[in-house]
Write a protein that binds this ligand. Structure first.
Ligand code: 2AM
Length: 180
């Protein structure tokens, strides 16, 4: 199973991201992510056996995370992969801490693949031939997040579909992830 840990935006933010994705697609081309697929990847785990998914899901469900706020305010792209994204510096430090805590726990379970660099972003377009530039609307959004989800990615000819398998509990119901 192809797995990753991510934050999933609430519905109102997803709709707003969808509007930005529509504007970006007009300018940059490429394939727009569906509204219900927007997410921020915190840990990409790749192919894992089903038993591992259960183990990670059980582990995740025992914890809560420190709620945080991420201020989105800029457009960006990964040219080689044609990815057009939105991101922002305010709140990135907390996301880095969270990503580090998650990887500590994952590595404790024997999962490898922690990246050397973590660049928080929300992908809006894939395979876009043109980069974002002038004329795009302000990517000015606030994301209040409270939990991390374990997501399975299923690849089909029409693109990837995501299914949420498990999640951290909302704060105050369970212990916080151990801090580093
Ligand atoms: P992206 O948004 O930059 O494309 C599910 O596939 C998520 O995991 C996507 O959000 C994707 O990030 C990320 N992902 C996919 N393949 C990856 C890889 N080989 N290494 C790191 N992250 C990956």
């Amino acid at each position: 199973m192809r797995l990753f840990l991510a934050l999933v935006p609430p519905p109102a933010l997803r709709r707003r991201l969808g509007e930005l994705a529509d504007a970006a697609r007009t300018r940059c081309g490429g394939r727009r992510m569906p509204d219900d697929s927007f997410h921020l990847t915190l840990a990409f785990l790749g192919e894992q056996p089903e038993t591992r998914a259960t183990e990670i899901g059980d582990w995740l469900a025992r914890f809560s995370i420190l709620p945080g706020q991420w201020r989105l305010d800029r457009w960006g792209c990964f040219r080689r992969r044609g990815i057009v994204w939105v991101g922002g510096a305010e709140g990135e430090a907390a996301l880095r801490d969270l990503q580090g805590q998650l990887w500590e726990g994952l590595e404790g379970m024997g999962v490898s693949g922690r990246p050397a660099r973590f660049a928080p972003h929300i992908t809006l377009l894939r395979r876009a031939p043109r980069p974002p530039g002038p004329g795009l609307p302000d990517a000015s959004l606030t994301w209040d997040y409270t939990r991390v989800e374990l997501i399975q990615s299923v690849t089909t000819p029409g693109g990837s579909h995501y299914a949420s398998l498990a999640r951290t509990t909302i704060p105050e119901e369970s212990p916080c992830l151990p801090s580093r």
